[in-house]
Design a protein around this ligand. Structure first.
Ligand code: ADP
Ligand code: MG
Length: 375
């Protein structure tokens, strides 16, 4: 075992085979009457940083626990590198795990905490010491080995938890809201460290968070969960620019929703009437004329039509009234109301050269057709 660990540890940094692939097929978990996980199918690629993102209660932890082997699926299958692991006990799956509450052993030193999984696996003492030192180096805590968890800050404790989860060279690391208990500044620093760790290790990460900004910052791909189901899977850009439904559009970033009635199609652009104006939107499907639909667009993609902004792409336009104006330092945030009562948010980068809009002022706004999605 020790020799095998050593070999794996010496594998090249860019060895593409080092991360496990994970396939979830129609995965379900029922507790009494609750369908915590309700038919999740997902292919997680070798070496990928995949995040399960969703509100509290959407089934993220239950999904992770089934992958780890601490919960048994009610139905469906989990395969790691193509082999079903549903009947395999957790310790044989060789998966690293980090939880929100650090779960370090308080009576063990940092070295002993990190060495624990190696001891369990029967790795001899000298080999253990070497691997523990490497793991401490990896999480930027060399020299902390003799301390006890209570002598560390929250961020340092979480780094130790990460070191303990990767010291035995797993090919898959699962993390459940590992930064949830930390303050914002520290969380942002550790997000960048997690990304670095992911590229250093080259293994597969499955990361759980309810924080959309965190998910966007860190992930190769995000699976948005709602009510035990995957609402959409894609890159951060996919989800932000092309949300597939109203839930995803509202959960990831901020969105405006405009009620509209379909009046026609031009290739894959839908033309819809909204407060008497014709608005064009990107649309994968083919809605029928007269259909009532919702169009969505992001607040930072709206502009005042009379501003110094020179649009080079096809634009939508709408007349609105300013109902609220907030100066927030790096940007101004305006609440607007269309003639039909629809509220919208417009965010404009601030500049001393830009005229501030007053409450009650009438204005024309414009934005790209490419930034308008039918959901
Ligand atoms: P998340 O991690 O996204 O917050 P969970 O997977 O923890 O979601 O929970 C999903 C749903 O399953 C919730 O409604 C939760 O109350 C329920 N649930 C989770 N674990 C249990 C359990 N052990 N017994 C009963 N219900 C549970
Ligand atoms: Mg959870």
């Amino acid at each position: 075992m020790a020799a095998e660990l050593k070999l794996m540890g010496e594998a090249g940094m860019n060895d593409a085979g080092r991360g496990a692939s994970v396939t979830l097929a129609d995965l379900e978990k029922r507790y009494d009457r609750v369908n915590a996980v309700d038919g999740v199918s997902l292919d997680i690629l070798s070496g990928e940083f995949l995040t399960l993102l969703g509100p509290s209660g959407s089934g993220k932890t239950s999904t992770l626990m089934m992958i780890a082997g601490f919960e048994t699926p009610t139905a469906g299958d989990i395969a790691i590198d193509g082999t079903s692991v549903v009947a395999m006990p957790p310790y044989r799956r060789n998966i690293g795990m980090v939880f929100q509450n650090y779960a370090l052993f308080p009576h063990l030193t940092v070295d002993e905490n990190i060495g624990f999984p190696l001891k369990q696996r029967g790795v001899p003492k000298a080999e253990r010491a070497k691997l523990v030192a490497e793991a401490l180096e990896l999480v930027h805590l060399p020299g902390y080995g003799e301390r006890y968890p209570r002598q560390l800050s929250g961020g340092q404790q979480q780094r130790v938890a990460v070191a303990r989860a990767v010291v035995f060279k797993p090919r898959l690391l699962l993390m459940d809201e590992p930064l949830g208990a930390l303050d914002k500044q520290l969380r942002e620093n550790l997000q960048l460290e997690m990304r670095r760790l992911h590229s250093d290790l080259g293994i597969t990460f499955i990361y759980v968070t309810h924080d959309q900004e965190e998910a966007l910052t860190m992930s190769d791909r995000i699976a948005v969960m709602n009510d035990g189901k995957v609402a959409q899977v894609g890159s951060p850009e996919d989800l932000y620019d092309r949300p597939s439904d109203r839930f995803v559009a509202g959960f990831i970033g901020e969105s405006n929703f405009l009620p509209a009635i379909v009046r026609g199609m031009e290739d894959d652009v839908v033309i819809a009437e909204c407060d008497g104006a014709l608005i064009r939107a990107m649309c994968p499907g083919r809605p029928a004329s007269g259909d009532k639909v919702t169009l969505t667009t992001r607040p930072e993609r709206l502009r005042f039509a009379d501003s110094a902004w020179n649009a080079t792409t096809p634009q939508n336009r709408l007349s609105v009234t300013v109902t609220e104006a907030v100066f927030a330092g790096e940007r101004c945030r305006y609440m607007l109301q269309a003639g039909d009562g629809t509220s919208m948010v417009l965010k404009e980068p601030s500049s001393a050269a830009i005229r501030r809009r007053a409450i009650g002022e009438r204005a024309e706004i414009s934005w790209s057709v490419a930034d308008t999605i039918l959901v």
